[in-house]
Design a binder for this molecule. Sequence first.
Ligand code: SF4
Length: 506
Amino acid sequence: MDAFRDSMLQLITQTSTNLPPDVRRAMAGALEAEQGARSAQALNVIATNIDMAGDHEGPICQDTGWPTFEVRTPVGANQLVMKRHIQAAIAEATGRGKLRPNSVDSLTGSNSGDNLGPGTPTIHFEQWENDAEVEVKLLLKGGGCENKNIQYSLPAELPHLGRAGRDLDGVRKCLLHAIWQAQGQGCSAGALGVCIGGDRASGYLHAKEQLFRTLDDVNPNPELQKLEDYILQTANTLGIGTMGFGGGVTLIGCKVGVLNRLPASFFVSVAYDCWAFRRLGVVLDAKTGEIKRWLYRDERQPTPKMSRQDGFVRTGREKVLRAPLAEEQVRELQVGDVVLVSGEMYTGRDAVHHYLMKHEPPVSLQGSVLYHCGPVVLKNGHYRIMAAGPTTSIREEPYQGEIIKRYGVRAVVGKGGMGAKTLAAMKDFGAVYLNAIGGAAQYYAKCIDEVLDVKLLEFGIPEAMWHLRVTDFPAIVTMDAHGNSLHADVEKTSALLLAKLAEPVF
Ligand code: SF4
């Protein structure tokens, strides 16, 4: 098993950087379907980002996610040794910038720096009747989509859909609600892994396991197949679309499994995954640990290119913003404007926002662009940004309005939009929300010319305040200083469409 560790390093690296063919096909279908629509620009950037990540072995998204390994071994194989090799490979992949340090002590907030710690990574072992081979599958699932997971206990009253009973139609309502509540915040177009039944813990686990199925497989249970097809088609009529910009592709897959349940319980557990659906597998020689073949890939087929054109396609109508920004300039912007930001930008996410509520900022934020981003950064003499897409902004809703008011932030860049408190502060104090394309970490890293400085590094690399110089960083104004929010509009119109689906179907 000498080669086992190296095989795990290859698996982790490929999973983080090279999207599997079934997901590529689904996203190519989305790109085709949305040409000419508002989300076409976002899909163009996503397609280019997927190509860039594969070409340069860079993380597809800066949130390289929570690693879940599913390992099948011959009877009697030493699982303790395999576990140690997997952990060593995880630490090495982190050191090489293929994974972001993502393992945080829940009590102290300190980052272990190598993706190891209590609970991370998750490794599930199972034995199989095959003495010659070991199978290892890996799913990397990011926080933005993980936060949109949801569990229902039936019967339940669901917003806009009414009563969901303990039957397949009740499950149908739960799944439609799950997609609606996620809006674009889990980086739609997304996919659902679903478990009907189980207890609370086994339900979530089984839902996540459904994400190891390919997007184009067919459920052997005809009833579940019918439900999967219905959800996939119907979700795409809700008008949520890519990144919640509106449009006809909200979901790229729905995979439903079922477990027995207690008579008193009826759980429906939903694992929401984003378009950056990173899942691969390998079959190893059980003696040497060398890779015999890859799963989810046909190695006789070359990996098809995703992009038809180069990322962001300029129309000539883009508004050029040079940071720091003046209030008058920001107040001229309207929802729907496409902007290209150049100049200086500061990153700040959960720890920075929390800090700024109690302390003065370490730099002046007057006129600043604040980027909700936790980048992947390597230090080799100087800092190099390896991946730098936006993180989910709504987590900063309790703080953002106050920070805009106190420190004069003029633009917040993130994904998924923010709520009413932030919108009101933007109107009162003159600021806008710029929606960048979630997961497009390679694409945005290329817009960063240099790291000028870093503050609050004690929070760990993803949570530090990085001072960056950027050129032509594209984003869309989705909340303006006039009280308009595309996110609020899409949520409202999709709720009206959801309400039309309240009548029983199954
Ligand atoms: S694509 Fe979006 S939801 Fe997925 S891991 Fe990246 S930031 Fe998170």
